[in-house]
Ligand binder design. Structure first.
Ligand SMILES: C[S@@+](CC[C@H](N)C(=O)[O-])C[C@H]1O[C@@H](n2cnc3c(N)ncnc32)[C@H](O)[C@@H]1O
Length: 231
């Protein structure tokens, strides 16, 4: 990983904002991810993120914290928060913004326990592919204190395969339709392609049941997105 994402966050944080991140996936054309969005405050967050923050309690782990927007909100509310990310740039920015406990760490390396584990902005993306979902869910479960909860968002991206006549063009021999290759570039530099998983609610629920987690739909967003609470 070249940490293009971290470089972009650092530029924005240090007042060098001139370009946005360009994203693309295996099933979609280039799109712009505006850097200011990664520094959003509570009022600029989608409803499902606001709801997740309102449900957060006790000591919280913010997984894939990015610039730390969710962590900062909870910290300011008086909660203990640990923010982790595999991007060194992201953690540097989160610390500069005031996140007190931020560490460069992959979720599978985390070992402390928490009352709330947050995974936001397509939290299931970190699982990468359907085949790995159980492994990640088992690990997340092991990080919960008694009565702890995991708050995670994702989207059912079936709509992306819909043609103009309302039919679906999915290749039936392909893997699960939410498994995408994700490409990002910034200021002419390309990141190593990564796998990124969008998981529909029913598939998430089924996977949760196989590892002994209860999965409840908390809120549906405006565009096939949803927030789930696992306990
Ligand atoms: C879409 S961004 C979301 C950032 C932030 N949560 C937000 O909402 O603005 C996903 C983040 O997850 C991080 N990430 C990816 N895989 C991870 C892993 N295995 N463990 C921890 N963080 C990871 C990425 O570096 C990136 O910062």
């Amino acid at each position: 990983m070249q940490d293009i994402f971290g470089k972009a966050l650092l530029d924005y944080q240090n007042g060098n904002y001139s370009e946005d991140i360009i994203t693309a996936t295996s099933i979609s054309e280039e799109d712009v991810l505006p850097l200011p969005y990664l520094f959003r405050d509570f009022t600029e967050m989608p409803k499902i993120e606001q709801q997740a923050l309102q449900l957060a309690k006790g000591n919280v782990l913010d997984v894939g914290c990015g610039s730390g927007s969710h962590s900062l909100y909870l910290q300011e509310k008086g909660l203990y928060v640990k923010a982790i990310d595999i991007s060194e740039g992201a953690i540097e920015v989160a610390k500069e913004r005031g996140v007190l406990n931020a560490a460069v760490l992959g979720i599978l390396e985390e070992t402390e326990t928490f009352d709330t584990v947050l995974l936001l902005m397509n939290g299931t993306g970190i699982f990468q592919e359907l085949q790995q979902v159980s492994k990640y869910l088992k690990h997340l479960k092991s990080l919960l204190k008694p009565n702890g909860q995991i708050l995670i968002d994702s989207s059912d991206i079936k709509y992306m395969y819909e043609d103009e006549d309302g039919g679906f063009w999915q290749d039936m021999n392909a893997n699960y339709y939410g498994e995408l290759d994700y490409f990002i570039s910034y200021k002419g530099e390309k990141e190593v392609p990564m796998k990124w998983l969008y998981l529909d609610f029913d598939t998430l629920k089924l996977a949760c049941e196989t590892v002994g987690l209860k999965c409840k739909l908390v809120l549906e967003g405006e565009h096939f997105d949803y927030l789930a609470r696992l306990s």
